[in-house]
Design a protein around this ligand. Structure first.
Ligand code: ADP
Ligand code: MG
Length: 251
């Protein structure tokens, strides 16, 4: 058994600048290697805040976050190198000039700019990541012209291009066309298994969790109110007033 602890939060609270109340409070959470965890809960319950606290983008007000045993506050860069993150509602304007390949390439080394030219190695990694997601044929298409499902796959390829050991996916099932609605959850599960990942998926789409994971965390009002099997989680989240099955949500 590989039971190594990959992500550990100890009594973590995160407060946004200018706010008085913490968006997440007193979070204790341990995620072991190769776990695939669905994080569910109503709107504004703190799911996105939880992901961004784990990858060190939001400094916790209280408590300690460690990833691979490293404190995220002092080792943020090091930790983020190992994390593939797909943010919620990444905005792609229809007139976006970047091609899908450019977007994936940015996953290797950050922004494209004149001081920052991609190496041959970066290009190879980007190509491999697109192949992994089965979207090689989208490489030269403008990102803004792709469907929601295609864009989500491009963003997944972008996250995979740096060969991460952790995937943090924020609402990857929103804005999907009917064709990719069934496909993307399966694709992520396969990716998780084949690439030896530890994966957290934030979602509103509670119907996928029964098939695709064996651990669900419910976040309500900034706290973890449930941590267990999807079967036991389902009756809890079905009654959430804001959880709209099979619907994406927008900020
Ligand atoms: N940048 C921000 N500044 C201040 N408050 C924020 C910010 N982002 C989110 N919040 C607040 O923090 C709480 C949790 O938000 P969020 O983590 O985005 O929830 P979820 O992802 O579950 O919808 C909400 O009350 C939200 O309004
Ligand atoms: Mg969110």
């Amino acid at each position: 058994m590989t039971e190594d602890v990959i992500i550990k939060l100890e009594n973590v609270s995160t407060v946004y600048e200018g706010e008085r109340r913490p968006a997440i409070k007193g979070i204790n959470l341990t995620v072991n290697r190769n776990e695939l965890v669905y994080v569910v809960g109503p709107n504004a319950s703190g799911k996105t805040t939880l992901l961004e606290t784990i990858n060190g983008l939001l400094p916790p007000f209280n408590g300690k976050v460690s990833v691979f045993g490293l404190d995220v506050q002092s080792h943020g860069r090091e930790v983020r190198r190992e994390i593939g993150y797909v943010p919620q509602d990444f905005m792609v304007k229809p007139g976006e000039p970047y091609t899908a390949f450019d977007v994936v390439l940015m996953g290797c080394y950050g922004q494209i700019g004149f001081l920052n030219r991609p190496s041959e190695e970066d290009k190879k990694r980007a190509e491999q990541a697109m192949k992994l997601l089965g979207i090689q044929e989208l490489a030269s298409r403008p990102m803004g012209k792709l469907s929601g499902g295609q864009q989500q796959k491009v963003m997944l390829a972008r996250a995979m291009a740096k060969k991460p050991r952790i995937l943090l996916l924020d609402e990857p099932f929103s804005n999907l066309d009917p064709d990719s609605r069934g496909q993307i959850p399966l694709l992520i599960t396969e990716l998780h298994e084949k690439q030896d990942l530890t994966t957290l998926i934030v979602t509103h789409d509670i119907h996928h969790m029964l098939e695709h994971c064996n651990r669900v965390i419910v976040v309500t009002g900034g706290r973890i109110t449930f941590d267990g099997t999807p079967e036991k989680a389902l009756p809890l989240v079905e009654n959430h007033p804001h959880t709209t099955p099979l619907e994406g949500h927008h900020h």
